[in-house]
Design a protein around this ligand. Sequence first.
Ligand code: G1P
Length: 306
Amino acid sequence: MTSSRPRISKAVIPAAGLGTRFLPATKATPKEMLPVVDKPAIQYVVEEAVTAGLPDVLMVTGRNKRPLEDHFDRNYELEEVLRSKGDVHKLDRVQESSDLATMHYVRQGDPKGLGHAILCAAPHVGDQPFAVLLGDDLIDPRDPLLTHMVRVQEERGGSVIALMEVEPASIHLYGCAAATPTHTPDVVQVSDLVEKPSPAEAPSNLAIIGRYVLDPGVFEVLRKTEPGRGGEIQITDALQAMAADPTLGGPVHGVVFRGRRYDTGDRGDYLRAIVRLACEREDLGPEFRAWLREYVAGEMAGPLED
Ligand code: G1P
């Protein structure tokens, strides 16, 4: 059943957002470049696409995002300095990001929403299914969500979104999906989608997290999608149309993710991501964990202020 469809090879990463939650750090630096341990957050996302078999990456950028292009390009001067010092380890680290994927860039121009950003990818993507990865969502590299989603899309066609159960009180932060089970565990058929509903309006507690594998029919739907929540063109609204009429690029399936995900667009979650990933690093972990244990024990022993 899978053989007649072209293999998915392209990933689109919208990266035009302003990152106001991290001001002043993001005044002159794109939020995607903030380090998670010692790598910019965006590099984890590109690595995830490559690991899922998508070596062609298009970033949808905007003003002040040049550092993103520089990061995934060669830096001959720095490489030469490291080479002349014989610092092979650091040289490898520098070259890692430029050797990772075939990178392409397009500018969004007007910030008209996530759906509009995805539409900017249409000329590059052409007529084949493709993945979308949102930079604020960091999926732990040990939990291969996108690989699973690509497989589900190749088996079932249409479009596939990543879902995660959240507390009903926080559903208003996400797109929300009503879905019914299929015969495959953790794969659901999506029947209804709402962008950032109030808890009372929400059809479920299944939140869309920032991974999508989309049928190219989505572009035609996005062209006709009116601005929705926040006055922006929403991918959730386009997917709702596709779920309602599968001839437009559906059916829409969901993969319910139960692994580790960090919202690096949120300051608290960003800090948690750094602590967790640092603890698990072979080079930094042992010493950092020992310090953390001592630090937490000291905090617990001290007077509790709240
Ligand atoms: C976007 C989407 C939303 C989704 C979320 C996941 O919202 O519009 O449907 O649930 O990403 O992170 P944003 O967080 O960009 O406002």
